[in-house]
Ligand binder design. Structure first.
Ligand code: PLP
Length: 407
């Protein structure tokens, strides 16, 4: 029998203390148990504490175009699962590279007009693997990272063990002042996003690419919140601005506007081959189920060939902001589709979100630190292509009542 020392360390107590501190600050993440039906999106059912059910309109989903419920995408998933089976059964290196994986990679490389692409099991993984591998590829690399970059890019930079300089969000002067201090021949990577997921700001991609050229840096762009919605074929903001060719590595997800799951990088054949060859997050994990690859391919093709979907989506963003303005809802204006209301306090954000959910059947998840800096806590509102004008008007009415009630 193992004897425990009287003074033994209480691991559980330490963990509970930290969890309780999170709850006390209002930053604890509560998950909402729910059930979705493709046909009724964006309405879902949630299970209430008393054991009942409530119909709720979802205003948080990144399934921007409603493609997770698209019949062609569902059909592609089901048909491939029936013919190919479910799991791929191996890493890409060991029987996990099927014709479905190859077709998906070819489809995305063509979408961005790049030589090659590689899919990862998520965009989080793509960012952490690709940045860390690239950072270590060259001697003494320095990485310049926008202050609002996503956690997955920050993790990639940490794993690269490179020197990092954070430049003020979208601030070209600050970026240049940091670049100019470095030797022109020192390897450099500028890592940034096109549409920032929380503030909804859009990067000056062309100007950053120009700076990169001037100071001999590689450009690494996350287009996770842009593909599917921007560009003539849904290829994202770099494509829309006509400057994809100046971006060395674009990273994207299929989990948001494409309504599926998994991420990819697209770049030159050499860059992709290097990341594929040295990226542990790519090599040592089972490849995606072929059915997911088929669904993602179907989604890209559908969005590419159906511009009306993008038109409907942006029309809804415009309607929502117009209705918010009419109702004096204090949202932050920005050039993208992400609408944010800053409440400046985690506890208040939770009270507002709980009231909207319980009294109005409206689901808005409070956004807290560390997803946003302290003081910028609030609500992130996403209108999708499937929301109706009546749902938008009801949301505005509910927000107006709840925000003016002192909540
Ligand atoms: N990059 C950004 C900017 C994101 O917002 C997210 C997810 O929210 C990711 C990467 C990770 O995407 P995925 O859900 O495919 O892991």
């Amino acid at each position: 029998m193992i004897e425990l020392s009287v003074m033994s360390l209480d691991y559980t107590a330490i963990l509970n203390q930290k969890i309780n501190a999170l709850k006390h600050q209002g930053n604890y993440r509560y998950f909402l148990p729910l059930s979705k039906t493709a046909a009724s999106q964006p309405v879902f059912k949630r299970y209430t504490e008393g054991g009942g059910e409530q119909a709720v309109v979802n205003w948080t989903s990144n399934d921007y175009m409603g493609m997770s419920a698209d019949t062609d995408v569902i059909q592609a998933l089901v048909e491939t699962a029936q013919t190919d089976g479910v799991g791929s059964g191996g890493t890409r290196n060991i029987s996990g590279t099927t014709a479905r994986h190859i077709l998906l990679e070819k489809t995305v490389a063509e979408l961005h007009n790049k030589e090659a692409a590689h899919i990862f099991n998520s965009a989080y993984l793509a960012n952490s693997a690709a940045i860390s591998i690239l950072g270590r590829a060259f001697p003494d690399t320095i990485i310049f990272s926008d202050a609002e970059n996503h956690a997955s890019m920050i993790e990639g930079i940490k794993l690269s063990r490179c020197e990092k300089k954070v430049f003020k969000h979208n601030d070209l002067d600050h970026l240049e002042s940091l670049l100019v201090q470095q030797d022109i021949d020192r390897p450099k990577i500028i890592a940034f996003e096109s549409v920032y997921s929380m503030s909804g700001t859009i990067a000056p991609i062309q100007s950053i690419a120009k700076l990169a050229k001037k100071y001999n840096a590689l450009t690494y762009l996350d287009e996770v919140h842009a593909v599917g919605m921007y560009g003539k074929y849904g290829e994202g903001i770099a494509g829309q601005m006509g400057c994809s060719q100046y971006i060395d590595i674009i990273i994207v997800t299929f989990a948001k506007a494409y309504g599926c799951v998994c991420g990819y990088i697209t770049a030159s054949a050499t860059l992709c081959d290097y990341i594929r060859s040295f990226g542990e997050g790519f090599i040592f994990t089972t490849s995606l189920p072929p059915a997911i690859c088929s669904a993602a391919t179907a989604s890209i093709v559908k969005i590419k060939n159906t511009p009306e979907l993008r038109v409907q989506f942006h029309k809804n963003v415009k309607i929502l902001r117009g209705v918010f303005k009419e109702n004096d809802i204090p949202f932050e204006d920005n050039p993208s589709h992400i609408t944010r209301i800053i409440l400046g306090d985690a506890k208040r954000s939770k009270v507002v979100a709980d009231t909207l959910l319980n009294q109005y059947g409206i689901y808005l998840q409070p956004i807290n630190y560390p997803t946003v800096p302290r003081g910028q806590e609030g609500l992130r509102i996403v209108v999708t292509a499937r929301h109706t004008v009546a749902q938008i008007e009801y949301l505005a009415l509910a927000l107006k009542e709840v925000l003016s009630s002192g909540s």
